[in-house]
Design a protein around this ligand. Structure first.
Ligand code: ZN
Length: 431
């Protein structure tokens, strides 16, 4: 008989009735669900008393820096933090050294991912070496398993190339073209959001309109080509209005937002220092308010972290000189729970949709983001909504420290994580 794992006595997301249940996993699949105490015996049991059992979280934008940047993060350290945060699948960005723009490198990265603490998927670049000149071979990358294409870190400036990429996405089922939407000329030399803080600090700003210019253009191209378009880390009310309108017109567009763009503003940059610098930058109160509305009205499909590690040395410089990006995959669920669910602003169902079901759909990850039902692959997060904690540098897995949430009191924490039926985190510790 196969070894079984029982998650005992938790409240299962998506199951009405309000009674704690047992969930049994056999051979990586949910084999049985029954009343609390009914399934224990025979196999390993993990305690889910007073906890919520949910589909594992899916982060569709992480930078795990493999290959070429392993001093700041690698797949093992990135995936370890993800697992502790209840994340059972990550989609890596291809702005590595070298760029992930060919099937050989895709296969190498995925092979490394198979030994890590969560499922690893990778996107690939839209243009070779992300140089914005020649397109990649979409068909061979698609055959290697890639579904998300992006030059993230930089925008695809050339509308002709973007049009060709969207045409490729129109003929490859499940394929999506994702854009880091900031018009190059407008943000050249820009450090933080163009506004009151950039003026106060005497820094060149990155205008909000730079995002809208690209999103507007790309939506027109998506409409014309019937391609699938995804806005990475959407940061402004301007882009949000464009995406909302495009969706209403039936154009195939999706969007994600990061926890930081939902919570922090340009006013936090001085407090956070270089950890508060990212692209697109932290914006204004108006933008935060608009993006918060988007996660409830369907304009935004997914919350994704843009987990972007940078070594302490590289961030220990001036705001102008520091590389953009902040950490987030390990704390995503707790930060969103604290800010929205514990605050009474969001339901459990919406939380699961934004952190699991919908990002899995955007990325075409069929074994992720599934309802907790018999026969489904067991990718599961057991989350204790009462567990209060404060992230500190020594307790986090990342090799880097550019984390805006260090020192923030958080409500809710992942207790256990199960990836493909394997217990990878038990009682808040990695296995
Ligand atoms: Zn980006």
């Amino acid at each position: 008989m196969s070894e079984s794992l029982v998650i005992s006595g938790g409240m299962l997301a998506g199951h009405a009735g309000g009674q704690p249940l047992d969930l049994m996993i056999v051979d990586g699949v949910i084999a049985e669900i029954g009343p609390q105490g009914s399934l224990a015996g025979g196999g390993q049991v993990v305690d889910a008393t007073d906890a919520l059992v949910m589909p594992g979280f899916v982060d569709i934008q992480v930078h795990f820096r493999t290959p070429g940047g392993e001093d700041s993060e690698d797949i093992a350290s990135g995936a370890a933090g993800a697992a502790l945060g209840g994340v059972t699948a990550c989609v890596m960005m291809p702005n590595t050294i070298p760029t992930i723009d060919n099937p050989t490198l895709v296969k190498e990265v995925l092979a490394v991912g198979r030994t890590s603490h969560c499922d690893i998927y990778t996107s690939a670049a839209i243009t070779q070496a992300r140089a914005g000149e020649r397109l990649v071979d979409f068909d061979s990358l698609y055959a290697a398993g890639v579904r998300i294409f992006t030059d993230d870190g930089t925008v695809v400036d050339d509308a002709g190339l973007m049009r060709e990429a969207l045409l490729a996405s129109a003929r490859l089922p499940g394929c999506v073209i994702s854009q880091h939407a900031e018009e190059s000329g407008m943000v050249d030399g820009g450090v933080i959001n163009e506004g009151v803080v950039s003026a106060r600090l005497g820094l060149k700003g990155r205008p909000r309109e730079a995002e809208a210019v690209i999103v507007d253009r790309d939506i027109q191209l998506a409409a014309e080509t019937n391609g699938r378009y995804h806005v990475l880390h959407m940061s402004t009310s301007l882009a949000a209005d464009l995406v909302r309108e495009a969706k209403a017109s039936g154009i195939r567009v999706t969007a994600e937002v990061t926890p930081q763009h939902l919570i922090l503003t340009e006013e936090d940059v001085e407090r956070l220092g270089t950890s508060g610098k990212m692209n697109p930058p932290l914006r204004t109160d108006t933008d935060v308010e608009a993006l918060r509305a988007c996660i409830f009205d369907g304009t935004v499909d997914a919350i994704a972290t843009d987990h972007a590690p940078h070594s302490r040395e590289s961030k220990d410089v001036s705001l102008s000189a520091a590389p953009p990006g902040m950490l987030g995959v390990e704390t995503m669920a707790s930060v969103i729970w604290t800010e929205f669910v514990a605050a009474g602003l969001m339901t459990l169902d919406r939380f699961v949709a934004l952190l699991s079901t919908q990002p899995a759909n955007v990325a075409g990850l069929v074994s992720q983001g599934q309802q907790l039902e018999v026969g489904k692959t067991a990718n599961i997060a057991v989350f204790d909504p009462q567990d209060e904690w404060t992230p500190d540098q020594s307790s986090l897995q990342s090799k880097s420290a550019n984390n805006p949430w260090i020192g923030k009191r958080l409500v809710g924490r992942v207790r256990h994580t199960i990836c493909r039926g394997q217990l990878v985190v038990a009682d808040r510790a990695l296995l």
